[in-house]
Design a protein around this ligand. Structure first.
Ligand SMILES: Cc1cc2nc3c(=O)[nH]c(=O)nc-3n(C[C@H](O)[C@H](O)[C@H](O)COP(=O)(O)O)c2cc1C
Ligand code: SF4
Ligand code: SF4
Length: 288
């Protein structure tokens, strides 16, 4: 089968997920055409047997570029299945709301979400997980994806649970909509730290950073993706009222000895449950 795989990534985690999906589909003799919704053009879904979507959850919503891309997609001539494999820093049920609007947009294009999964990946915002935790999260994601793809190909549908006022909740908390436009104007480059490598200017997915006459200007189109902050080699970008939530060091995703978390009690029970259920499922599948 031939699939269209669309993704948005701020700091690289969703790209990792899409790469793992691709790797698994190749070994199952399927084809995946991957599309970075920022860089690549709109593809016609009619040329594919199905759609796979990967994104980071931002304030209990799908990121704006994913929504914009789907809005531009043509309607499928016949119904196509869709698999959503999203990821985020918490495995909490209210993140389920992130795909509701997206699902309704897809439905209008004759694309039906049959399976939806949510993986835990390290934070790009609020605080930095340890590299030990990032490695564990990534490992679990890599272990779950083949099992979830197997369910998809066996027609075992999987849907996220809904909750009371979920759509309203997601609408109110869509941080990217107001945070980028408002807080984005308060971003600043610290001159004494900056080495003018222009990495931030080149890699901003919204072309929001301009360097003119020796000065950096942040325009009003910030997506809050955190890429400029995480990958600035000098940690030189200050981000307004969210400055204390910066994650300014990329994750290595390498196996390292145990490291204590900066906030060991944050989402502790939720993480423990996610790891227990997921690692047991992975072990069981290996034993079968
Ligand atoms: C602006 C913003 C809002 C976020 N909101 C949420 C959220 O509501 N729930 C959550 O679990 N994680 C949230 N996160 C964490 C990201 O979903 C997570 O770090 C993800 O792995 C980043 O993926 P990326 O590397 O593909 O950008 C948020 C991150 C950012 C930057
Ligand atoms: S990435 Fe950092 S060091 Fe490089 S130009 Fe931007 S602010 Fe300066
Ligand atoms: S300014 Fe930084 S956080 Fe905003 S969209 Fe560009 S890279 Fe992302």
């Amino acid at each position: 089968m031939r699939f269209l795989g669309i993704y948005f990534t701020g700091t690289g985690n969703s790209k990792r997920v899409m790469d793992v999906i691709n790797h698994n589909l190749i070994s199952l003799q399927h084809t995946l055409d991957t599309v970075d919704v920022i860089k690549d053009e709109i593809k016609d879904i009619n040329e594919y047997d199905g759609l796979i979507i990967t994104y980071p959850i931002y304030g209990f919503n799908a990121p704006k570029p994913i929504i914009s891309y789907v809005k531009k997609m043509v309607k499928a001539n016949e119904n196509k299945p869709c698999l959503i494999m999203k990821q985020s820093g918490e495995h909490l049920f209210w993140n389920n709301a992130s795909s509701l609007y997206l699902t309704s947009l897809l439905k209008k294009r004759n694309i039906t979400v049959t399976n939806e999964y949510h993986y835990l990946m390290p934070y790009s915002f609020i605080f930095r997980h340890s590299d030990f935790m990032a490695y564990r999260m990534n490992n679990v994601m890599e272990g779950l994806i083949p099992l979830d793809l197997n369910d998809f190909f066996s027609h075992k549908d999987s849907h996220m649970k809904r909750f009371f006022l979920d759509r309203f909740f997601a609408w109110v908390l869509r941080i990217q909509w107001w945070g980028g436009r408002f807080n984005g104007r308060f971003y600043k480059v610290e001159k004494n730290k900056c080495v003018k490598c222009m990495k931030c200017v080149k890699e901003c997915p919204a072309c929001n950073i301009e360097f003119k006459d020796g000065k950096f200007k942040f325009k009003g189109q910030c997506l809050m993706c955190q890429r400029c902050i995480m990958y600035c080699p000098r940690h030189a970008i200050k981000v307004g009222m969210f400055n204390s939530w910066r994650v300014d060091e990329p994750y290595t995703f390498k196996e390292v000895p145990y490291q204590k978390e900066r906030h060991p009690n944050y989402c502790k029970k939720n993480y423990q449950k996610y790891f227990k259920v997921s690692e047991e499922r992975i072990e069981k599948s290996k034993a079968a």
